[in-house]
Design a protein around this ligand. Structure first.
Ligand code: B12
Length: 356
């Protein structure tokens, strides 16, 4: 610990606490930093948040089990709670605390990555906003009733998984219908928030600090977003949703020989296989919805890394895009995304949408 900076030693120490699932040591370290003069915001954004990204890499690369990831995330989550209460206890509450305005924080429908929203909540509170947090996976009618009941000035919507974008769209539409602007954030909204703006969000911020700055700078936020989701895209998306059960069944049987793991006999294996294929289909559907192939190719990139780290055969991804292309030949929008997926998997494109 050194003055008001977070040192490399502190970062390494915190990572070690997560690896050991040592809740007490992690909290001591983080709260100690606040006591030594580091801002609570820095502790949340420069210590806890990057440590969580490393947790994700360790899990995706197969070095950590799901259990280790869960244990580490629990420690981070507890650390966020304790840092926030330490900051509240030591800092003089800003005059008229909450006077900056009312923010309702919610995760997109289907989204259980709540820690990003939790960190956002605390950072906004530290900046003097009155924040109400609804946690994970909030359906549009849940947001609507809360908006009516509590009258926030803005809804802050967090989305980590891009395949939730079509559901996030309904939430954004609902807020706009209720006359409340939406600030969006989280990795699910794509590079520079491209997909947040496509869905009609009024503002986007890359992290919690930028969110606070953006809101403070342009308070009160106003409705100004405009969705670029067209009727054709919605129709093509709806067709994929309707066909989802049949497509899952078709893929599971078409891929049985290439990807034997998908056709496992135990209940858990079958569930995992369906989950895996389901997420690929949902990514394709979301790519069709926002009309951006990167939603699909980025997910393929993640799955390919995930499978490679577990010595699983990633040829099944190519077999899957080909099988789907054969089945979806009446949907030019889906075919377009599947071709991009094929180019990516065969090395002709790098996954960001640029030809290699
Ligand atoms: C912890 C974790 C989980 C936990 C979440 C628990 C919890 N309480 O949050 C659990 C175990 C539930 C989980 C489940 C899954 N996960 Co997960 N998970 C993660 C992990 C490791 C960390 C997430 C996190 O806490 N990030 C820390 C925060 C601080 O990061 P952040 O997003 O950068 O947040 C900042 C900004 O984005 C911004 N921000 C965020 N929200 C908002 C909102 C607004 C309005 C604004 C302005 C700003 C803003 O501010 C934040 C602070 O600055 C990530 C790895 C990663 N790279 O994120 C994977 C990750 C997100 N998960 C992933 C996956 C695949 C899954 C599962 C599908 C796995 C499975 N097989 O079931 C499920 C899906 C669950 C679901 N339906 O939601 C993948 C997603 C890959 C992809 N295709 O995009 C990732 C990227 C893992 C990886 N390395 O590949 N996961």
């Amino acid at each position: 610990m050194n003055g008001t900076r977070i040192t490399e030693a502190a970062r390494a120490g915190f990572d070690a606490c997560l690896a050991a699932a040592d809740e007490d040591a992690a909290i001591d370290l983080a709260v100690g930093l606040v006591a030594s003069g580091v801002s609570a915001e820095d502790v949340l954004l420069r210590l806890v948040a990057p440590a969580q990204l490393k947790v994700g890499e360790l899990w995706a690369s197969g070095e950590w089990t799901v259990a280790q990831e869960h244990a580490a995330t629990h420690v981070s989550s507890r650390t966020v709670d304790e840092v926030a209460s330490a900051a509240r206890a030591t800092a003089r509450p800003p005059a008229g605390s909450g006077a900056q305005g009312r923010v309702l924080v919610a995760c997109s429908d289907g989204e259980w990555h709540v820690l990003p929203a939790r960190i956002l909540t605390e950072v906004l509170r530290l900046r003097g906003f009155d924040v109400r947090s609804l946690g994970g996976s909030v359906p549009p009618d849940g947001i609507l009733s809360d908006v009516h009941r509590n009258g926030p000035d803005v809804v802050a919507l967090s989305c980590t998984l891009p395949w939730n974008l079509p559901l996030a769209y309904r939430q954004i539409e609902t807020c706009r219908w209720a006359g409340v602007p939406v600030i969006a954030g989280g990795s699910g909204f794509g590079p520079a928030g491209a997909w947040a703006y496509a869905l009609g969000a009024d503002l986007y911020a890359a992290d919690a600090r930028d969110a606070a700055e953006a809101l403070l700078h342009r308070w009160p936020p106003v409705l100004r977003g405009e969705s670029s989701v067209g009727a054709d895209a919605v129709e093509a998306y709806a067709m994929l949703v309707r066909q989802r059960p049949a497509l899952l069944e078709y893929l599971a049987s078409a891929l049985r020989d290439v990807c034997p793991g998908l056709g496992g006999s135990s209940g858990t294996e079958q569930e995992e296989g369906t989950g895996f294929l389901g997420r690929l289909l949902d990514s394709l559907a979301a790519a069709v919805f926002v009309d951006d192939e990167r939603v699909f190719t980025r997910h393929l990139a993640f799955v390919r890394t995930y499978l490679a780290a577990r010595s699983a055969d990633s040829r099944c991804l190519l077999a899957m895009t080909d099988a789907l292309a054969g089945r979806l030949n009446e949907s030019p929008r889906a075919l377009d995304k599947l071709s991009a997926g094929r180019r990516f998997l065969t090395g002709q494109e790098d996954g960001s949408g640029s030809r290699g």
